[in-house]
Design a protein. Structure first.
Length: 441
């Protein structure tokens, strides 16, 4: 009989008892290389002494103080660090407990901004198919993952969807990056015009798509063109970097590489690196000033916003990334990972695409490389891949299905930023072994 509801009773899960660096250890003493950081969470790996000490010191001094009574130095310091690192004037940081909460805050900030500036008719949110923004009702409403949404459809606010930027599957034959980016920007513009430009509040997108497609970066200039369309119609741009942010792509904010500044950006997973549950939504001066200069405060809040211990963990994680020069390592090891995966399995008949940025890497599995036909979903290749990799001592984050939002099977790799060249080599060896176990040539 199960008491822990989140545990899938059909799965015989091992009990995790320890974590050291790149590895997790179960109660049988088996060690697994954590090549996905859970779901792209564990940016510093496990058992990091500096983070442990920061948490211990904070708990001993002050674990928690409610934000309606006090601020804390550690939340102020973390906000300063993030605001200084964020591009443009994303200067205002609203702390929450995770990714879905960060997305909810972004949607509500966008809405309240328009109420404050006297445009209450702006209510529509446009997002993309093949996207995931979280499991709370607002985040689920904008997400493009049909099977997650299905049972809850009557409860979801209406959102609108346009095409994702997914060059491997959706760029036309012979279409240049530039023409593809423009076609997608035109599609967004057409959607805004269809809804009525003065009724659209925001466009939401993952900077690099994570869970629903496996580390899909946009083509060059995609976000610049999207930004231009948003600006033309006064629509806010919300970038969801819950998975891709906080160094995962080799940049603290993934959008830096795209040369755009969103109006709002969400972060979570890598912010606390798994040491504490924490997320945040950053907004620009314009949004902050409209709200604080208008009704005075953002009508929102959760009990654990700005939790001191969570902030202490996140501050230590982020300071370590800077002090240890880990963004350079993310970029170098990411190149190595993609290069070695291509060398080891780039000619495998079921490997359609190897892609990503930094240590955010996706391998798309196909039935046929030439036609890009997906594997039969009934085979549940992604689930077999996950289980077999685990047998082989490797933790990966595969996903699959054919419903709108997730087509075919892919495997996401997101190893900790501390990975050494030898760690990457071991990951590639075990990945290749798993591929040949699940899909023998
Ligand atoms: N946005 C994105 C892009 C995500 O990948 C996720 C989690 N996979 C979320 C939002 C939701 O985050 P959480 O699970 O922490 O609520």
């Amino acid at each position: 009989m199960s008491h822990v509801f989140h545990r899938n009773p059909k799965m015989d899960l091992p009990t995790a008892v320890g974590g050291q660096g790149m590895e997790l250890i179960d109660s049988n003493g088996k060690r697994y290389i954590d090549a996905s950081g859970g779901a792209a969470v564990s940016s510093l790996g496990h058992g990091h002494p500096r983070v442990i000490k920061a948490i211990q010191d904070q708990v001993a001094q002050l674990a928690y103080a409610h934000t309606s009574f006090f601020t804390t130095q550690v939340s102020e310091d973390l906000a300063d660090l993030l605001a200084a690192a964020a591009p443009g004037d994303l200067n205002h940081v609203y702390f929450v407990s995770g990714g879905s909460e960060a997305v909810e805050a972004a949607l509500k900030l966008a809405r309240q901004y328009f109420v404050e500036i006297g445009q209450p008719q702006r209510r529509h949110m446009i997002a993309r198919r093949q996207s995931y923004h979280g499991n709370t009702l607002g985040a689920l409403a904008i997400g493009g993952n049909a099977w997650r949404r299905e049972p809850f459809l009557p409860l979801l606010v209406q959102a609108h969807h346009v095409s994702p930027c997914f060059a491997y599957r959706e760029r036309l034959d012979g279409e240049t990056d530039s023409a593809y980016a423009q076609r997608l920007a035109d599609e967004l513009e057409a959607k805004i015009l269809e809804l009525g430009p003065d009724t659209v509040a925001a466009f939401v997108a993952e900077t690099v798509v994570g869970a629903t497609a496996g580390a899909v970066p946009p083509v060059a200039d995609y976000f610049k063109r999207i930004r231009a369309v948003c600006d033309k119609y006064g629509v806010l741009l919300i970038l969801d970097e819950v998975m891709s942010g906080m160094g995962r792509t080799g940049y603290l904010f993934a959008c830096e590489e795209d040369g755009v500044v969103p109006d709002l950006v969400t972060i979570a997973k890598g912010l606390g690196g798994g040491y504490q549950p924490i997320g945040a939504t950053l907004c620009t001066d314009r949004i902050y000033d409209a709200i604080v200069g208008g009704s005075g405060f953002f009508q929102h809040g959760h009990t654990y916003i700005g939790h001191a211990t969570a902030c202490a963990a996140a501050l230590a994680v982020q300071q370590t990334i800077v002090d240890d020069g880990l963004l350079d390592n993310v970029r170098a090891r990411g190149e190595q990972l993609r290069g070695e995966l291509r060398a080891a399995l780039g000619d495998h008949p079921n490997v359609g695409d190897i892609r990503g940025r930094g240590l955010f890497v996706g391998v798309e599995l196909v039935a046929d490389r030439a036609t890009k036909a997906t594997l039969d979903p009934a085979r549940k290749t992604h689930a077999k891949f996950k289980a077999r990799a685990k047998d082989n001592g490797l933790l990966l984050y595969p996903m699959g299905g054919t419903v709108d939002g997730v087509r075919g099977d892919h495997v996401l790799l997101a190893p900790p930023f501390i990975a050494s060249p030898a760690d990457i080599g071991r990951i590639v060896d075990r990945f290749a072994q798993t591929l040949n176990d699940v899909l023998p040539r």
